[in-house]
Design a protein around this ligand. Sequence first.
Ligand SMILES: [Zn+2]
Length: 328
Amino acid sequence: MIKLPIALLTTLLTITNPAAEMPQPLVTEPIVQLETTYTYEEMLVDSVLLNQAYPEFIQYEQIGQSLLHRPILCLRLGNPDAERRILVQTGQHAREYVAPQVCMALVEYYASAYARGEMLDMCNDTCFYIVPMVNPDGICYVQLGIDSIPETEPELRAFVLSRGHRMLWKANIRGIDLNRQFDARWDTVNMYGYTGPDFEMFKGYAPMTEPEAQALCDFATNGDFDCFINFHQQGNVIFKGSSIGLPEINAKSTQLAYAIAASNHYYVPAQTNTIPSYGTFADYVVTVLGKPSVTLEFGKNLPPAGQVEAKSIFDRNKEVFAIVRNNL
Ligand SMILES: [Zn+2]
């Protein structure tokens, strides 16, 4: 199962400049579908199709790879030379795969607006860097089952089967929660009783041991970003900043959270986090990089049951990118 996406992407990534060789296709219907389960493979194909449809506005690059060597992609939306740079990341948690689907639809929504000549100020002065699936192995496992792990990895297969909870799998494929891996008070991460690799909550034996977390960390650290947007699932909630962040950075994060909430009507808890978790990507970017961060928890249904909500989550959050840009 793993061979197809990687072979496919290798082929796709060799298309160095599709815009030069093929006429720009007329986009008559959406490329990113919101109706059914959105797979890693669809994300790869859609990244290429979006680039072909909107070569001026969307490019993509590989920023790392998963434990099972699946490429981790980043899409660039807007002017790559823009001074303002915003990183959007999602798909850290396997079972929350509706968030990557909505995120990809948002990329298409803005690119199609730019192509119609709308929001061109934003297109020119802001570049969004979107990492839609930080945890491809986990997402493939929830959606496709044990066949998503190659037979050449018998120990990994045995481990995953021993833990159960396939549909609720949240960690990466060897049982580390990628959003508890970051070096921001990692030693005090609350694991809710988990003591070893499991389907959720285990932070690992040290910070930054997992290739997916490391790829995201390196990209975030070296990218000179002005702000971070994180999509998770579920709760219709916006978390702002970090419970261990500096007041001025949290104040900016709070301003962004309320600006978003005025549009999508999500709940913004008064505290920076309802339960301080530590070791999250948000904790890292706020405390180590010193930049504002907002974390949106999409939808009301517990993942992976959120598929029926994908369209309504998209509709409710369409303006998020623009709101963050306008309030930065
Ligand atoms: Zn999550």
